[in-house]
Design a protein around this ligand. Sequence first.
Ligand SMILES: Cc1cc2nc3c(=O)[nH]c(=O)nc-3n(C[C@H](O)[C@H](O)[C@H](O)COP(=O)(O)OP(=O)(O)OC[C@H]3O[C@@H](n4cnc5c(N)ncnc54)[C@H](O)[C@@H]3O)c2cc1C
Length: 584
Amino acid sequence: MSNDERLNLQRRHFVRTAFAAAGGGILGLRTAVAATPAEGWRETVDIIVVGSGAAGCTAAVTAATQGDSVMLIDKSAVPGGTTRLASGVAWVPNNAWLRGAGLRDEEADCLRYMARYAYPERYDADGETLGLDAERYALLLAFYRNGSAATELLQEVGAVQFTLFELPDDTGPSPDYAAHLVENRTPKGRSIWPSPSSPNGGRGAGLVDGMVDWLVQRGVALRLQHRLLDLESEQGRVVGVRLEHAGQEVRVRARKGVIVATGGFAHAPELLARHQRMAYGSCAMPTATGDFLPIAARVGAMQGELGTAWRTQVVLEEALRQRMVGGPVHIPPGDSMLMVNKHGRRVANEKRNYNDRSRVHYEWDPVAVEYSNQFLFLIFDQRAVNTFAGTPPLPRGPGDSGHLIRGDSVADLAAQLATRLSRIHLDHGIAFALGGDFASNLAATIERFNRFAVKGVDEDFQRGAHASEREWQSHFSRVHVPLEEPLQQLLNPTMYPLDTAAPLYAVILAPGLLDTSGGPVIDATARVLDHSGQPIPGLFGAGNCVESPTREAYFGAGGTIGPAIAFGYIAARTAHAEDPIPAA
Ligand SMILES: Cc1cc2nc3c(=O)[nH]c(=O)nc-3n(C[C@H](O)[C@H](O)[C@H](O)COP(=O)(O)OP(=O)(O)OC[C@H]3O[C@@H](n4cnc5c(N)ncnc54)[C@H](O)[C@@H]3O)c2cc1C
Protein backbone atom coordinates (compact mmCIF):
# COMPACT_ATOMS: atom_id res chain seq x y z
CA MET A 1 0.00 0.00 0.00
CA SER A 2 1.39 3.43 -0.90
CA ASN A 3 1.96 6.17 1.67
CA ASP A 4 -0.84 8.25 0.18
CA GLU A 5 -3.30 5.38 0.30
CA ARG A 6 -2.25 4.56 3.84
CA LEU A 7 -2.78 8.18 4.84
CA ASN A 8 -6.21 8.27 3.27
CA LEU A 9 -7.18 5.11 5.13
CA GLN A 10 -5.78 6.51 8.38
CA ARG A 11 -7.73 9.74 7.85
CA ARG A 12 -10.99 7.84 7.30
CA HIS A 13 -10.35 5.61 10.29
CA PHE A 14 -9.43 8.57 12.47
CA VAL A 15 -12.51 10.55 11.56
CA ARG A 16 -14.78 7.56 12.22
CA THR A 17 -13.15 6.89 15.60
CA ALA A 18 -13.14 10.54 16.63
CA PHE A 19 -16.79 10.98 15.94
CA ALA A 20 -17.81 7.70 17.48
CA ALA A 21 -15.94 8.89 20.59
CA ALA A 22 -17.85 12.14 20.41
CA GLY A 23 -21.07 10.30 21.04
CA GLY A 24 -21.99 8.95 17.64
CA GLY A 25 -23.15 10.71 14.53
CA ILE A 26 -21.10 13.22 12.70
CA LEU A 27 -20.41 15.79 15.31
CA GLY A 28 -20.60 19.29 13.98
CA LEU A 29 -23.37 18.58 11.52
CA ARG A 30 -25.96 18.99 14.25
CA THR A 31 -26.96 22.63 14.47
CA ALA A 32 -30.01 22.77 16.73
CA VAL A 33 -29.15 22.08 20.36
CA ALA A 34 -31.82 21.66 23.00
CA ALA A 35 -29.79 22.51 26.06
CA THR A 36 -30.81 23.57 29.54
CA PRO A 37 -30.17 27.32 29.75
CA ALA A 38 -27.17 28.47 31.76
CA GLU A 39 -27.48 30.43 34.96
CA GLY A 40 -24.61 32.64 36.00
CA TRP A 41 -20.99 32.31 35.02
CA ARG A 42 -19.50 28.86 35.53
CA GLU A 43 -15.89 30.11 35.39
CA THR A 44 -13.80 33.17 34.60
CA VAL A 45 -10.46 33.19 32.74
CA ASP A 46 -8.43 35.91 31.06
CA ILE A 47 -8.65 34.56 27.51
CA ILE A 48 -11.03 32.02 25.99
CA VAL A 49 -9.90 30.34 22.78
CA VAL A 50 -12.52 28.49 20.73
CA GLY A 51 -11.19 25.89 18.29
CA SER A 52 -8.13 23.67 18.76
CA GLY A 53 -6.61 23.66 15.26
CA ALA A 54 -3.42 25.44 14.26
CA ALA A 55 -4.86 28.91 14.86
CA GLY A 56 -6.54 28.18 18.20
CA CYS A 57 -3.70 26.12 19.69
CA THR A 58 -1.16 28.78 18.77
CA ALA A 59 -3.36 31.43 20.39
CA ALA A 60 -3.71 29.34 23.54
CA VAL A 61 0.03 28.61 23.86
CA THR A 62 0.87 32.27 23.24
CA ALA A 63 -1.67 33.42 25.81
CA ALA A 64 -0.39 30.95 28.40
CA THR A 65 3.23 32.05 27.89
CA GLN A 66 2.10 35.63 28.55
CA GLY A 67 0.83 34.59 31.98
CA ASP A 68 -2.85 34.79 31.04
CA SER A 69 -5.25 32.20 32.37
CA VAL A 70 -6.63 30.38 29.32
CA MET A 71 -9.46 28.05 28.45
CA LEU A 72 -9.26 26.14 25.13
CA ILE A 73 -12.62 24.92 23.91
CA ASP A 74 -13.54 22.52 21.11
CA LYS A 75 -16.83 20.93 20.12
CA SER A 76 -15.12 17.74 19.02
CA ALA A 77 -14.08 14.88 21.28
CA VAL A 78 -10.64 14.99 19.69
CA PRO A 79 -8.67 18.24 19.44
CA GLY A 80 -6.96 19.41 16.28
CA GLY A 81 -9.69 20.09 13.71
CA THR A 82 -8.75 19.91 10.05
CA THR A 83 -5.16 20.70 11.08
CA ARG A 84 -4.94 17.14 12.45
CA LEU A 85 -5.55 15.76 8.94
CA ALA A 86 -3.06 18.08 7.26
CA SER A 87 0.55 17.50 6.35
CA GLY A 88 1.24 20.19 8.91
CA VAL A 89 3.40 22.37 6.69
CA ALA A 90 3.39 26.09 7.54
CA TRP A 91 4.50 28.76 5.06
CA VAL A 92 6.24 31.35 7.22
CA PRO A 93 8.02 34.35 5.72
CA ASN A 94 11.56 35.06 6.90
CA ASN A 95 11.41 32.18 9.33
CA ALA A 96 14.22 31.28 11.71
CA TRP A 97 14.99 27.97 9.98
CA LEU A 98 15.38 29.68 6.61
CA ARG A 99 17.70 32.23 8.19
CA GLY A 100 19.55 29.40 9.93
CA ALA A 101 20.22 27.86 6.51
CA GLY A 102 21.87 31.10 5.43
CA LEU A 103 18.92 32.32 3.32
CA ARG A 104 17.43 35.81 3.44
CA ASP A 105 13.84 36.98 3.03
CA GLU A 106 13.68 40.77 3.17
CA GLU A 107 10.40 42.40 4.17
CA ALA A 108 9.98 44.52 1.02
CA ASP A 109 10.74 41.57 -1.27
CA CYS A 110 8.42 39.16 0.50
CA LEU A 111 5.59 41.70 0.54
CA ARG A 112 5.96 42.12 -3.22
CA TYR A 113 5.64 38.36 -3.72
CA MET A 114 2.62 38.10 -1.45
CA ALA A 115 0.84 41.16 -2.88
CA ARG A 116 1.51 40.04 -6.46
CA TYR A 117 0.23 36.49 -5.81
CA ALA A 118 -2.80 37.45 -3.72
CA TYR A 119 -3.94 40.55 -5.63
CA PRO A 120 -2.58 40.31 -9.21
CA GLU A 121 -5.31 42.63 -10.53
CA ARG A 122 -4.38 45.41 -8.08
CA TYR A 123 -0.65 44.87 -7.70
CA ASP A 124 1.53 47.88 -8.44
CA ALA A 125 5.23 47.35 -7.75
CA ASP A 126 5.79 51.10 -7.38
CA GLY A 127 2.78 51.90 -5.19
CA GLU A 128 3.38 52.74 -1.53
CA THR A 129 1.15 49.86 -0.51
CA LEU A 130 1.85 47.91 -3.72
CA GLY A 131 -1.57 48.82 -5.15
CA LEU A 132 -3.48 47.30 -2.22
CA ASP A 133 -5.72 49.23 0.12
CA ALA A 134 -4.12 50.07 3.44
CA GLU A 135 -6.03 47.39 5.39
CA ARG A 136 -5.08 44.51 3.11
CA TYR A 137 -1.49 45.66 2.93
CA ALA A 138 -1.40 45.85 6.74
CA LEU A 139 -2.60 42.24 6.98
CA LEU A 140 0.23 40.99 4.75
CA LEU A 141 2.72 43.11 6.70
CA ALA A 142 1.44 41.71 10.00
CA PHE A 143 1.84 38.19 8.62
CA TYR A 144 5.43 38.91 7.56
CA ARG A 145 6.31 40.51 10.90
CA ASN A 146 4.70 37.90 13.17
CA GLY A 147 4.93 34.54 11.43
CA SER A 148 8.49 33.82 12.43
CA ALA A 149 8.05 35.18 15.96
CA ALA A 150 5.04 32.89 16.41
CA THR A 151 6.83 29.75 15.27
CA GLU A 152 9.98 30.66 17.21
CA LEU A 153 7.86 31.02 20.35
CA LEU A 154 6.26 27.60 19.82
CA GLN A 155 9.72 26.12 19.41
CA GLU A 156 11.33 27.97 22.33
CA VAL A 157 8.68 26.93 24.83
CA GLY A 158 8.92 23.32 23.62
CA ALA A 159 5.43 23.00 22.13
CA VAL A 160 6.56 22.25 18.55
CA GLN A 161 9.90 21.37 17.00
CA PHE A 162 10.00 22.80 13.50
CA THR A 163 12.33 22.00 10.67
CA LEU A 164 12.54 23.11 7.05
CA PHE A 165 10.04 21.26 4.88
CA GLU A 166 12.01 19.18 2.41
CA LEU A 167 10.77 16.52 0.04
CA PRO A 168 12.67 13.25 0.52
CA ASP A 169 14.59 13.63 -2.72
CA ASP A 170 17.67 15.59 -1.71
CA THR A 171 16.47 18.68 -3.51
CA GLY A 172 16.71 20.86 -0.40
CA PRO A 173 13.86 22.97 0.98
CA SER A 174 10.61 22.70 -0.96
CA PRO A 175 10.16 25.55 -3.46
CA ASP A 176 7.30 28.08 -3.28
CA TYR A 177 4.37 27.46 -5.59
CA ALA A 178 5.25 30.55 -7.63
CA ALA A 179 8.99 30.42 -7.24
CA HIS A 180 9.23 31.60 -10.85
CA LEU A 181 7.60 35.02 -10.34
CA VAL A 182 10.17 37.79 -10.59
CA GLU A 183 8.82 39.15 -7.32
CA ASN A 184 9.95 36.00 -5.52
CA ARG A 185 13.47 36.62 -4.28
CA THR A 186 13.42 33.73 -1.76
CA PRO A 187 12.04 30.83 -3.80
CA LYS A 188 12.87 28.20 -1.16
CA GLY A 189 12.85 27.97 2.62
CA ARG A 190 9.58 29.58 3.70
CA SER A 191 7.88 26.23 4.28
CA ILE A 192 8.53 24.56 7.63
CA TRP A 193 6.83 21.66 9.41
CA PRO A 194 6.98 19.79 12.70
CA SER A 195 10.02 17.61 12.71
CA PRO A 196 8.97 13.99 12.02
CA SER A 197 11.33 12.94 14.82
CA SER A 198 9.78 15.23 17.46
CA PRO A 199 8.10 13.52 20.45
CA ASN A 200 4.58 13.97 19.03
CA GLY A 201 5.63 13.04 15.52
CA GLY A 202 5.35 15.21 12.45
CA ARG A 203 2.55 16.36 10.17
CA GLY A 204 -0.63 18.12 11.30
CA ALA A 205 -1.30 15.63 14.09
CA GLY A 206 2.16 16.23 15.54
CA LEU A 207 1.64 19.98 15.30
CA VAL A 208 -1.60 20.04 17.31
CA ASP A 209 -0.73 17.20 19.67
CA GLY A 210 2.51 18.97 20.58
CA MET A 211 0.64 22.15 21.47
CA VAL A 212 -2.26 20.42 23.23
CA ASP A 213 0.12 18.30 25.36
CA TRP A 214 2.09 21.42 26.24
CA LEU A 215 -1.09 23.21 27.32
CA VAL A 216 -2.43 20.30 29.35
CA GLN A 217 0.92 19.81 31.12
CA ARG A 218 0.74 23.45 32.21
CA GLY A 219 -2.74 23.11 33.59
CA VAL A 220 -4.54 25.02 30.84
CA ALA A 221 -8.22 24.13 30.87
CA LEU A 222 -9.05 22.05 27.78
CA ARG A 223 -12.79 21.64 27.31
CA LEU A 224 -13.61 19.12 24.59
CA GLN A 225 -17.17 18.39 23.47
CA HIS A 226 -18.05 21.97 24.34
CA ARG A 227 -19.72 23.77 21.47
CA LEU A 228 -19.73 27.54 21.12
CA LEU A 229 -23.37 28.59 20.84
CA ASP A 230 -23.02 32.31 21.23
CA LEU A 231 -20.96 35.20 22.52
CA GLU A 232 -21.92 37.09 25.65
CA SER A 233 -21.71 40.89 25.45
CA GLU A 234 -22.02 43.76 27.90
CA GLN A 235 -22.24 47.35 26.64
CA GLY A 236 -20.93 46.39 23.23
CA ARG A 237 -17.96 44.40 24.56
CA VAL A 238 -17.66 40.64 24.22
CA VAL A 239 -17.22 39.35 27.76
CA GLY A 240 -17.62 35.61 27.43
CA VAL A 241 -19.16 32.63 25.69
CA ARG A 242 -22.23 30.47 25.95
CA LEU A 243 -21.41 26.81 25.36
CA GLU A 244 -23.33 23.58 25.06
CA HIS A 245 -21.96 20.51 26.80
CA ALA A 246 -23.83 17.24 27.32
CA GLY A 247 -27.19 18.93 26.90
CA GLN A 248 -26.41 21.73 29.35
CA GLU A 249 -25.61 25.33 28.61
CA VAL A 250 -22.55 26.77 30.31
CA ARG A 251 -21.42 30.39 30.45
CA VAL A 252 -17.73 31.22 30.79
CA ARG A 253 -16.47 34.76 31.28
CA ALA A 254 -13.34 36.19 29.64
CA ARG A 255 -11.66 39.13 31.34
CA LYS A 256 -9.55 40.08 28.32
CA GLY A 257 -11.18 38.54 25.30
CA VAL A 258 -12.50 35.66 23.24
CA ILE A 259 -10.42 34.35 20.33
CA VAL A 260 -12.46 32.40 17.80
CA ALA A 261 -10.62 29.89 15.58
CA THR A 262 -13.38 27.47 14.59
CA GLY A 263 -12.34 26.65 11.01
CA GLY A 264 -14.32 27.12 7.79
CA PHE A 265 -17.62 25.82 6.42
CA ALA A 266 -16.50 23.07 4.03
CA HIS A 267 -19.17 20.75 5.47
CA ALA A 268 -22.12 23.15 5.70
CA PRO A 269 -24.13 22.43 2.52
CA GLU A 270 -26.44 25.44 2.92
CA LEU A 271 -23.57 27.88 3.34
CA LEU A 272 -21.70 26.28 0.46
CA ALA A 273 -24.73 26.56 -1.80
CA ARG A 274 -25.05 30.24 -0.95
CA HIS A 275 -21.40 31.31 -1.02
CA GLN A 276 -19.35 28.86 -3.09
CA ARG A 277 -20.09 28.36 -6.77
CA MET A 278 -19.09 24.70 -6.99
CA ALA A 279 -17.65 22.55 -4.23
CA TYR A 280 -18.28 18.83 -4.59
CA GLY A 281 -16.50 17.44 -1.61
CA SER A 282 -13.94 18.21 1.02
CA CYS A 283 -11.32 16.44 3.05
CA ALA A 284 -11.76 18.88 5.95
CA MET A 285 -12.94 17.56 9.32
CA PRO A 286 -16.74 17.32 9.47
CA THR A 287 -16.56 19.91 12.26
CA ALA A 288 -16.00 22.60 9.60
CA THR A 289 -19.60 23.81 9.65
CA GLY A 290 -19.14 27.59 9.75
CA ASP A 291 -20.53 27.99 13.28
CA PHE A 292 -18.88 31.39 13.69
CA LEU A 293 -20.77 33.04 10.80
CA PRO A 294 -24.18 33.49 12.51
CA ILE A 295 -22.54 34.04 15.90
CA ALA A 296 -20.38 36.85 14.52
CA ALA A 297 -23.34 38.36 12.68
CA ARG A 298 -25.28 38.59 15.96
CA VAL A 299 -22.60 40.83 17.50
CA GLY A 300 -22.54 43.04 14.39
CA ALA A 301 -19.38 41.74 12.69
CA MET A 302 -18.68 42.84 9.15
CA GLN A 303 -18.94 39.77 6.95
CA GLY A 304 -16.00 39.59 4.54
CA GLU A 305 -15.62 37.63 1.32
CA LEU A 306 -17.19 34.19 1.69
CA GLY A 307 -16.45 32.78 -1.76
CA THR A 308 -12.78 32.16 -1.06
CA ALA A 309 -11.37 28.74 -0.20
CA TRP A 310 -8.29 26.58 -0.06
CA ARG A 311 -9.06 24.42 -3.06
CA THR A 312 -8.18 21.03 -4.37
CA GLN A 313 -9.52 18.68 -7.00
CA VAL A 314 -11.41 15.63 -5.78
CA VAL A 315 -12.57 12.47 -7.55
CA LEU A 316 -16.18 13.27 -8.47
CA GLU A 317 -17.53 9.78 -7.94
CA GLU A 318 -15.91 9.51 -4.52
CA ALA A 319 -17.35 12.89 -3.48
CA LEU A 320 -20.82 11.88 -4.67
CA ARG A 321 -20.68 8.75 -2.53
CA GLN A 322 -19.56 10.70 0.54
CA ARG A 323 -19.04 14.46 0.83
CA MET A 324 -16.08 13.93 3.13
CA VAL A 325 -13.53 12.48 0.76
CA GLY A 326 -10.54 10.47 1.94
CA GLY A 327 -7.99 12.80 0.42
CA PRO A 328 -7.33 15.48 -2.15
CA VAL A 329 -5.85 15.01 -5.62
CA HIS A 330 -2.75 16.95 -4.61
CA ILE A 331 -0.73 16.62 -7.82
CA PRO A 332 -1.95 14.13 -10.44
CA PRO A 333 0.56 11.28 -10.67
CA GLY A 334 2.32 10.17 -13.82
CA ASP A 335 3.99 11.54 -16.88
CA SER A 336 2.01 9.92 -19.72
CA MET A 337 -1.04 11.67 -18.29
CA LEU A 338 -2.96 14.81 -19.18
CA MET A 339 -6.16 16.58 -18.18
CA VAL A 340 -8.88 17.75 -20.58
CA ASN A 341 -12.28 19.38 -20.42
CA LYS A 342 -15.59 18.33 -21.97
CA HIS A 343 -14.24 19.35 -25.39
CA GLY A 344 -11.17 17.15 -25.08
CA ARG A 345 -8.88 20.17 -24.67
CA ARG A 346 -6.19 20.72 -22.08
CA VAL A 347 -6.99 23.73 -19.95
CA ALA A 348 -4.14 23.91 -17.45
CA ASN A 349 -0.71 22.77 -16.47
CA GLU A 350 -1.59 19.47 -14.76
CA LYS A 351 1.34 19.71 -12.35
CA ARG A 352 0.50 23.09 -10.81
CA ASN A 353 -0.40 23.08 -7.13
CA TYR A 354 -3.86 21.87 -6.05
CA ASN A 355 -5.19 25.30 -5.05
CA ASP A 356 -4.30 27.18 -8.22
CA ARG A 357 -5.05 24.26 -10.54
CA SER A 358 -8.53 23.84 -9.11
CA ARG A 359 -9.44 27.42 -9.92
CA VAL A 360 -9.68 26.59 -13.65
CA HIS A 361 -12.92 24.71 -12.95
CA TYR A 362 -14.67 28.06 -12.50
CA GLU A 363 -13.86 29.46 -15.93
CA TRP A 364 -16.95 30.75 -17.71
CA ASP A 365 -17.61 30.16 -21.42
CA PRO A 366 -19.58 33.24 -22.51
CA VAL A 367 -20.77 31.70 -25.79
CA ALA A 368 -21.82 28.29 -24.53
CA VAL A 369 -23.02 30.04 -21.32
CA GLU A 370 -21.64 27.36 -19.06
CA TYR A 371 -18.66 26.22 -17.05
CA SER A 372 -16.95 24.03 -19.64
CA ASN A 373 -14.42 22.99 -17.00
CA GLN A 374 -17.01 22.11 -14.34
CA PHE A 375 -15.60 18.60 -14.44
CA LEU A 376 -12.23 17.74 -15.90
CA PHE A 377 -10.91 14.39 -17.04
CA LEU A 378 -7.52 12.98 -16.17
CA ILE A 379 -6.40 10.74 -19.01
CA PHE A 380 -3.73 8.07 -18.43
CA ASP A 381 -2.27 5.45 -20.68
CA GLN A 382 -1.63 1.85 -19.61
CA ARG A 383 2.01 2.60 -18.83
CA ALA A 384 1.09 5.38 -16.38
CA VAL A 385 -1.59 3.26 -14.71
CA ASN A 386 0.88 0.41 -14.21
CA THR A 387 3.90 2.49 -13.26
CA PHE A 388 2.33 4.96 -10.86
CA ALA A 389 -0.33 2.65 -9.42
CA GLY A 390 -1.12 3.48 -5.82
CA THR A 391 -0.84 7.27 -5.86
CA PRO A 392 -4.39 8.66 -5.75
CA PRO A 393 -6.42 8.82 -7.84
CA LEU A 394 -4.70 5.83 -9.44
CA PRO A 395 -5.68 2.59 -7.73
CA ARG A 396 -3.16 -0.04 -6.69
CA GLY A 397 -4.53 -2.72 -8.96
CA PRO A 398 -7.07 -3.10 -11.76
CA GLY A 399 -9.93 -4.20 -9.51
CA ASP A 400 -9.35 -1.56 -6.85
CA SER A 401 -11.26 1.34 -8.19
CA GLY A 402 -14.70 2.04 -9.50
CA HIS A 403 -13.70 5.51 -10.65
CA LEU A 404 -11.04 4.48 -13.19
CA ILE A 405 -12.81 4.32 -16.56
CA ARG A 406 -11.21 2.19 -19.26
CA GLY A 407 -11.45 2.41 -23.04
CA ASP A 408 -9.75 0.36 -25.74
CA SER A 409 -9.15 3.42 -27.90
CA VAL A 410 -9.73 7.17 -27.78
CA ALA A 411 -13.19 6.69 -29.32
CA ASP A 412 -14.04 3.90 -26.89
CA LEU A 413 -12.84 5.92 -23.91
CA ALA A 414 -15.08 8.79 -25.01
CA ALA A 415 -18.02 6.38 -25.26
CA GLN A 416 -17.30 4.89 -21.83
CA LEU A 417 -17.01 8.35 -20.29
CA ALA A 418 -20.30 9.42 -21.88
CA THR A 419 -21.99 6.34 -20.40
CA ARG A 420 -20.54 7.08 -16.96
CA LEU A 421 -21.71 10.70 -17.09
CA SER A 422 -25.23 9.52 -18.01
CA ARG A 423 -25.15 7.19 -15.00
CA ILE A 424 -24.12 10.08 -12.75
CA HIS A 425 -26.97 12.15 -14.20
CA LEU A 426 -29.47 9.38 -13.42
CA ASP A 427 -28.13 8.67 -9.93
CA HIS A 428 -27.28 12.18 -8.77
CA GLY A 429 -29.14 14.59 -11.03
CA ILE A 430 -25.97 16.22 -12.33
CA ALA A 431 -26.43 16.90 -16.03
CA PHE A 432 -23.00 17.25 -17.56
CA ALA A 433 -22.25 15.78 -20.97
CA LEU A 434 -19.20 15.60 -23.20
CA GLY A 435 -19.10 17.90 -26.21
CA GLY A 436 -19.67 16.21 -29.57
CA ASP A 437 -16.08 17.14 -30.41
CA PHE A 438 -14.59 15.36 -27.36
CA ALA A 439 -13.16 12.27 -29.06
CA SER A 440 -11.67 14.03 -32.10
CA ASN A 441 -10.21 16.82 -29.96
CA LEU A 442 -8.81 14.36 -27.44
CA ALA A 443 -6.99 12.49 -30.21
CA ALA A 444 -5.49 15.77 -31.44
CA THR A 445 -4.67 16.87 -27.88
CA ILE A 446 -2.78 13.64 -27.21
CA GLU A 447 -0.85 13.98 -30.46
CA ARG A 448 0.15 17.54 -29.60
CA PHE A 449 1.05 16.61 -26.02
CA ASN A 450 3.16 13.71 -27.28
CA ARG A 451 5.16 16.05 -29.53
CA PHE A 452 5.80 18.35 -26.57
CA ALA A 453 6.82 15.38 -24.43
CA VAL A 454 9.43 14.29 -26.97
CA LYS A 455 10.80 17.84 -27.18
CA GLY A 456 10.59 18.24 -23.41
CA VAL A 457 8.80 21.56 -23.75
CA ASP A 458 5.11 22.08 -23.09
CA GLU A 459 4.42 24.99 -25.43
CA ASP A 460 0.85 25.38 -24.17
CA PHE A 461 1.11 25.28 -20.37
CA GLN A 462 4.83 25.09 -19.50
CA ARG A 463 4.39 21.85 -17.59
CA GLY A 464 7.58 20.87 -15.83
CA ALA A 465 9.19 24.25 -16.44
CA HIS A 466 8.89 25.29 -12.79
CA ALA A 467 10.79 24.12 -9.74
CA SER A 468 7.79 23.00 -7.68
CA GLU A 469 6.47 20.87 -10.58
CA ARG A 470 9.77 19.10 -11.10
CA GLU A 471 10.45 18.50 -7.42
CA TRP A 472 6.89 17.47 -6.55
CA GLN A 473 6.89 15.12 -9.55
CA SER A 474 9.32 12.77 -7.86
CA HIS A 475 7.20 12.86 -4.70
CA PHE A 476 3.72 12.46 -6.20
CA SER A 477 4.72 10.21 -9.06
CA ARG A 478 6.55 7.56 -7.11
CA VAL A 479 6.97 4.11 -8.53
CA HIS A 480 5.41 1.88 -5.88
CA VAL A 481 5.48 -1.42 -7.71
CA PRO A 482 8.87 -2.79 -8.81
CA LEU A 483 9.17 -2.35 -12.57
CA GLU A 484 10.48 -4.99 -14.93
CA GLU A 485 12.53 -2.33 -16.71
CA PRO A 486 13.87 0.97 -15.36
CA LEU A 487 11.45 3.91 -15.63
CA GLN A 488 11.94 5.55 -19.00
CA GLN A 489 12.12 9.32 -18.78
CA LEU A 490 12.62 11.96 -21.42
CA LEU A 491 14.07 15.48 -21.13
CA ASN A 492 11.11 16.71 -19.12
CA PRO A 493 10.40 14.15 -16.36
CA THR A 494 6.82 15.37 -15.97
CA MET A 495 5.88 14.40 -19.56
CA TYR A 496 5.94 11.19 -21.56
CA PRO A 497 4.02 10.36 -24.76
CA LEU A 498 0.69 8.55 -24.26
CA ASP A 499 0.43 5.25 -26.07
CA THR A 500 -2.96 5.24 -27.80
CA ALA A 501 -2.47 1.74 -29.22
CA ALA A 502 -3.04 0.25 -25.76
CA PRO A 503 -6.06 0.93 -23.49
CA LEU A 504 -6.56 4.43 -22.10
CA TYR A 505 -8.08 5.40 -18.76
CA ALA A 506 -9.96 8.40 -17.36
CA VAL A 507 -10.87 9.74 -13.92
CA ILE A 508 -13.51 12.46 -13.50
CA LEU A 509 -12.28 15.33 -11.33
CA ALA A 510 -14.43 17.94 -9.63
CA PRO A 511 -13.60 21.15 -7.76
CA GLY A 512 -13.35 20.44 -4.03
CA LEU A 513 -12.10 22.03 -0.84
CA LEU A 514 -9.43 21.61 1.78
CA ASP A 515 -11.63 24.10 3.63
CA THR A 516 -13.22 27.49 3.02
CA SER A 517 -11.30 30.59 4.04
CA GLY A 518 -13.88 33.36 4.36
CA GLY A 519 -15.73 34.94 7.24
CA PRO A 520 -15.85 38.07 9.37
CA VAL A 521 -13.24 40.73 8.65
CA ILE A 522 -10.28 41.10 11.00
CA ASP A 523 -7.67 43.84 11.13
CA ALA A 524 -3.92 43.46 11.38
CA THR A 525 -4.20 43.00 15.15
CA ALA A 526 -6.67 40.10 14.65
CA ARG A 527 -9.60 42.10 16.06
CA VAL A 528 -12.96 41.30 14.48
CA LEU A 529 -14.41 44.45 12.91
CA ASP A 530 -17.99 45.69 13.00
CA HIS A 531 -20.05 47.07 10.10
CA SER A 532 -18.38 50.47 10.35
CA GLY A 533 -14.89 48.97 10.35
CA GLN A 534 -14.36 49.48 14.09
CA PRO A 535 -13.04 46.66 16.28
CA ILE A 536 -15.64 44.80 18.35
CA PRO A 537 -14.07 45.05 21.81
CA GLY A 538 -13.12 41.69 23.28
CA LEU A 539 -13.47 39.67 20.04
CA PHE A 540 -10.60 38.27 17.98
CA GLY A 541 -10.39 35.77 15.14
CA ALA A 542 -7.82 33.65 13.30
CA GLY A 543 -7.62 30.78 10.82
CA ASN A 544 -10.29 29.64 8.39
CA CYS A 545 -13.23 31.07 10.33
CA VAL A 546 -12.33 34.67 9.37
CA GLU A 547 -11.68 36.40 6.06
CA SER A 548 -8.31 35.18 4.86
CA PRO A 549 -5.56 37.79 5.40
CA THR A 550 -3.80 36.33 2.36
CA ARG A 551 -6.96 36.06 0.23
CA GLU A 552 -6.76 32.86 -1.87
CA ALA A 553 -3.02 32.84 -2.40
CA TYR A 554 -1.30 29.57 -1.60
CA PHE A 555 2.21 31.02 -1.61
CA GLY A 556 3.87 27.65 -1.09
CA ALA A 557 3.38 24.44 0.90
CA GLY A 558 1.82 25.50 4.20
CA GLY A 559 -0.02 28.49 2.73
CA THR A 560 -2.98 28.13 5.12
CA ILE A 561 -1.40 26.94 8.36
CA GLY A 562 1.30 29.65 8.20
CA PRO A 563 -1.21 32.54 8.39
CA ALA A 564 -3.35 30.60 10.90
CA ILE A 565 -0.38 30.33 13.28
CA ALA A 566 0.66 33.96 12.74
CA PHE A 567 -2.81 35.39 13.40
CA GLY A 568 -3.47 33.07 16.33
CA TYR A 569 -0.30 34.50 17.87
CA ILE A 570 -1.27 38.08 17.02
CA ALA A 571 -4.76 37.58 18.49
CA ALA A 572 -3.36 36.35 21.81
CA ARG A 573 -0.91 39.24 22.04
CA THR A 574 -3.58 41.82 21.28
CA ALA A 575 -5.98 40.27 23.79
CA HIS A 576 -3.24 40.20 26.43
CA ALA A 577 -2.89 43.98 26.22
CA GLU A 578 -6.63 44.61 26.78
CA ASP A 579 -7.81 46.27 29.99
CA PRO A 580 -9.37 43.35 31.85
CA ILE A 581 -13.02 43.54 32.83
CA PRO A 582 -13.90 42.57 36.41
CA ALA A 583 -14.74 38.92 37.07
CA ALA A 584 -18.47 38.45 37.57
C1 LIG B 1 -5.68 16.46 3.76
C2 LIG B 1 -5.33 17.89 4.06
C3 LIG B 1 -4.00 18.29 4.04
C4 LIG B 1 -3.67 19.63 4.31
N1 LIG B 1 -2.35 19.96 4.39
C5 LIG B 1 -2.03 21.25 4.70
C6 LIG B 1 -0.67 21.63 4.94
O1 LIG B 1 0.23 20.80 4.99
N2 LIG B 1 -0.41 22.93 5.14
C7 LIG B 1 -1.39 23.90 5.17
O2 LIG B 1 -1.09 25.08 5.32
N3 LIG B 1 -2.69 23.54 5.04
C8 LIG B 1 -3.03 22.25 4.84
N4 LIG B 1 -4.34 21.90 4.76
C9 LIG B 1 -5.37 22.92 5.11
C10 LIG B 1 -5.33 23.11 6.64
O3 LIG B 1 -5.46 21.85 7.28
C11 LIG B 1 -6.42 24.05 7.19
O4 LIG B 1 -6.55 25.19 6.36
C12 LIG B 1 -6.03 24.51 8.61
O5 LIG B 1 -5.60 23.39 9.37
C13 LIG B 1 -7.18 25.19 9.32
O6 LIG B 1 -6.79 25.51 10.64
P1 LIG B 1 -7.81 26.25 11.63
O7 LIG B 1 -7.10 26.39 12.92
O8 LIG B 1 -8.34 27.48 11.00
O9 LIG B 1 -9.07 25.25 11.75
P2 LIG B 1 -9.20 23.74 12.22
O10 LIG B 1 -7.90 23.05 12.25
O11 LIG B 1 -10.27 23.13 11.39
O12 LIG B 1 -9.71 23.86 13.73
C14 LIG B 1 -10.99 24.35 14.01
C15 LIG B 1 -11.50 23.71 15.28
O13 LIG B 1 -12.66 24.42 15.72
C16 LIG B 1 -13.58 23.51 16.27
N5 LIG B 1 -14.93 24.09 16.24
C17 LIG B 1 -15.69 24.38 15.15
N6 LIG B 1 -16.87 24.92 15.53
C18 LIG B 1 -16.85 24.98 16.89
C19 LIG B 1 -17.79 25.42 17.87
N7 LIG B 1 -18.99 25.92 17.54
N8 LIG B 1 -17.45 25.31 19.17
C20 LIG B 1 -16.25 24.79 19.55
N9 LIG B 1 -15.34 24.35 18.66
C21 LIG B 1 -15.63 24.45 17.34
C22 LIG B 1 -13.44 22.28 15.39
O14 LIG B 1 -13.91 21.12 16.07
C23 LIG B 1 -11.95 22.26 15.11
O15 LIG B 1 -11.26 21.43 16.03
C24 LIG B 1 -4.70 20.58 4.54
C25 LIG B 1 -6.03 20.17 4.58
C26 LIG B 1 -6.35 18.84 4.36
C27 LIG B 1 -7.79 18.44 4.46
